[in-house]
Design a binder for this molecule. Structure first.
Ligand SMILES: [Zn+2]
Length: 245
């Protein structure tokens, strides 16, 4: 999960129609699902961290600080589950990049950093919240080819694209133009954490990736000199239970 900073609300009062927050959120966070990191051109929904359908959180329905962006899969899996920020890692207040490990086969697990810190359960609860721990679906098209319908396989495809870009760059590592092109390719492919994992030994590319995805540099979760993760998240907006990792 890509760490992001939402920042101060563009409005002085709560949104009367929360759907109006979408362009403001896209401007701050980019058009990606806040949970699975997919780029979503359409059907990206304003996501309530604490669900609007739960009476206890009804007053947060138009509250900027309660908004993220989510795809239909993550949104529907999360549904009306009670979300208590102390019990899950959230991309607006924790360093959710180190909370999880991304593997070449498209799976996401509790990160080694979370395991070492004894908060593996929090990481697993976060994956279960939006179903990121689900296995891949094998869905052949009419020609028998496997189609990337689900988040796991799309993540795996992003990994292959990133890995090829890494190989291409190695052949011409000083090419600034090519590096910027790869960063743009990453932004259009999505899956920030996959790209950051593949380029873990390339500080220059990590910095370019951090800058290319809106809201991530502002999160303070990455060192501005070398792109290394900063933990715990500095939780610059002072959100409830932030900075757990
Ligand atoms: Zn999603």
């Amino acid at each position: 999960m890509r760490p992001v900073r939402r920042g101060a609300s563009p409005r002085e009062v709560d949104y009367t129609d929360y759907t109006e927050a979408k362009p403001d959120l896209v401007a701050r966070l980019g058009a990606y699902c806040s949970f699975c990191e997919r780029p979503i051109a359409t059907q990206l929904a304003v996501e309530h961290v604490q669900p609007k359908s739960v009476a206890e959180y009804a007053h947060l329905i138009g509250r900027w600080e309660n908004f993220l962006l989510a795809c239909v899969n993550c949104n529907s899996t999360k549904g009306s589950k009670d979300v208590q920020p102390a019990h899950v890692f959230l991309p607006d207040r924790d360093n959710t990049f180190v909370a999880f490990d991304y593997l070449p086969d498209g799976t996401v697990n509790a990160g080694q950093t979370a395991v070492d810190a004894g908060v593996e359960q929090v990481a697993n609860a976060s994956l279960a919240l939006t179903g990121l721990d689900k296995a891949a679906l094998n869905t052949p098209d009419e020609n028998g080819r496997q189609v990337a319908l689900d988040r796991v396989r799309q993540r795996m495809e992003a990994w292959l694209v990133a890995e090829q870009a890494n190989v291409d760059l190695a052949a011409d590592a000083d090419a600034g133009v090519l590096r910027e092109y790869v960063a743009k390719l990453a932004a259009s492919t999505g899956f920030f954490s996959v790209w950051m994992t593949v380029f873990e030994d390339d500080a220059d590319m990590r910095r370019r990736l951090i800058l290319k995805f809106p809201g991530t540099d502002a999160s303070g979760c990455f060192d501005r000199a070398n792109g290394s993760p900063v933990t715990p998240c500095p939780n610059l907006d002072g959100l409830e239970a932030g900075g757990k990792i």
